[in-house]
Design a protein around this ligand. Structure first.
Ligand SMILES: Cc1cc2nc3c(=O)[nH]c(=O)nc-3n(C[C@H](O)[C@H](O)[C@H](O)COP(=O)(O)OP(=O)(O)OC[C@H]3O[C@@H](n4cnc5c(N)ncnc54)[C@H](O)[C@@H]3O)c2cc1C
Length: 349
């Protein structure tokens, strides 16, 4: 902890005034803040001899993970390798990625996907029972495994069901982490509140895992649910954790543009299956921005869409997949197809 932070610790260390002698408490071996894929997968990975608590500020299924549509990148194809996955990722990150982190991502992906399959996650498979691989932006080969267009829901439903069966894991919903309790700069537990509580409650544990997700809700336009407000990062910071790279927030290129809904993601997998971006005049524009056209890295596609909207003085562009068969679209993208149809938009027309 820096000198400045030590000084802050005197006056501003915690959001609430509380006395640990006066508030209710429980003891665990591990407390995990967050019930997205990070929190739940961590709980499943901890030895069953440890008493684990997951706290989550809404009901268990309200998080970003459940909303993931397109799928998960993993090098499984015979023409693919962790080295190629590494190269593509470094390119997509415009040289700003941390090499060590990317190496972990690409080299440990396959074994973790195998673990998800063992838990029973039902990814789509081809006629030979191999995992189906599709293409997404900046990947030079097909390497996205998926469950239709609702991959996150399938993964979360399966993992939540598995963790709910564990006797060593307790889940407390609608329980809001306010601060990490520290003593001599060491995490000792989590100060929480829940709906209707008259006073905070402490959950003590020698290990605290902060798996509280991102902060997309800081922006007016976002696909993130209401829980993604970044308070996990803030409480970790107050406790003395060093935060890094906070400026890197991903702007996904395509969401539905409709008066009744402008936060529904249209998965990149739609472009992976051949959808073309057209401006308000019906002209395809991505080839003039990047060699990979619609499958360029996301930041490039997002900026191109923005520029094209400014250039044509329009508030939206079109994503055109009308050249694909209607039955294929219904089968491959059932969630997106039906959501669009509920607003009177038929993806095939
Ligand atoms: C619409 C959409 C589509 C996406 N599609 C894909 C995709 O196809 N492929 C892909 O790889 N990634 C995708 N992503 C990104 C991916 O979903 C996230 O990177 C991932 O789910 C993050 O998981 P997480 O567990 O870290 O966070 P989350 O799933 O957001 O979970 C965070 C948890 O922390 C809890 N929490 C937060 N603050 C507190 C607090 N103070 N107290 C208690 N609990 C708290 C929340 O309630 C929540 O349960 C998508 C994201 C979105 C929004």
């Amino acid at each position: 902890m820096t000198e400045q932070r030590e000084q802050n610790a005197i006056g501003e260390r915690y959001l609430l005034n509380f006395n640990t002698d006066d508030i209710p408490y429980e003891f665990y071996d591990v407390v995990i803040i967050g019930s997205g894929i990070a929190g739940v997968y961590t709980a499943l990975s901890i030895p069953k001899t440890a008493n684990v608590l997951i706290i989550t500020k809404e009901t268990i299924e309200i998080n970003n993970s459940v909303l993931a549509q397109g799928g998960i990148a993993v090098s499984l194809d015979q023409h693919d390798s962790p080295e190629l996955h590494f190269k593509d990722t470094i390119y997509a990150g415009a040289g700003l990625c941390n090499d060590t982190s990317v190496k972990v991502l690409v080299s440990e992906a396959a074994e973790n996907i195998a673990t998800l399959c063992l838990y029973g996650v039902n990814f789509d498979r081809d006629e030979t029972r191999r995992l189906s691989l599709t293409r997404e932006g900046a990947h030079s080969v097909n390497r996205i495994i998926h469950t239709g267009d609702a991959t996150g829901k399938e993964v979360c439903d399966t993992l939540v069901s598995a963790v709910s069966d564990l006797e060593n894991v307790t889940i407390k919903e609608c329980t809001y982490a306010i601060d990490i309790i520290t003593e001599n700069n060491v995490a000792k537990g989590v100060l929480t509140t829940d709906a209707g509580a008259k006073q905070p409650k402490a959950y003590y544990a020698p290990v605290v895992v902060c798996a509280s997700g991102g902060y997309g809700r800081l922006y007016t336009k976002t696909t993130n649910p209401e829980v993604a407000t970044g308070d996990g990062a803030a409480l970790a910071f107050r406790a003395g954790a060093e935060l890094m790279d906070l400026e890197f927030v991903q702007f996904h290129p395509t969401v539905l543009f409709h008066p009744q809904n402008n936060s529904f993601l249209i998965s990149e997998a739609v472009r992976g299956e051949g959808a073309l971006l057209r401006n308000i005049n019906g002209e395809r524009f991505m080839p003039t921005y990047h060699d990979m056209a619609e499958l360029a890295p996301r930041d490039i596609v997002s900026r191109a869409i923005f520029q094209e909207m400014q250039r044509t003085k329009a508030q939206h562009v079109y994503l055109d997949i009308t050249h694909k068969d209607r039955d294929f679209l219904k089968r491959r993208f059932p969630t997106i197809f039906n959501k669009c149809l509920s607003y009177g938009i038929d993806m095939s027309k």
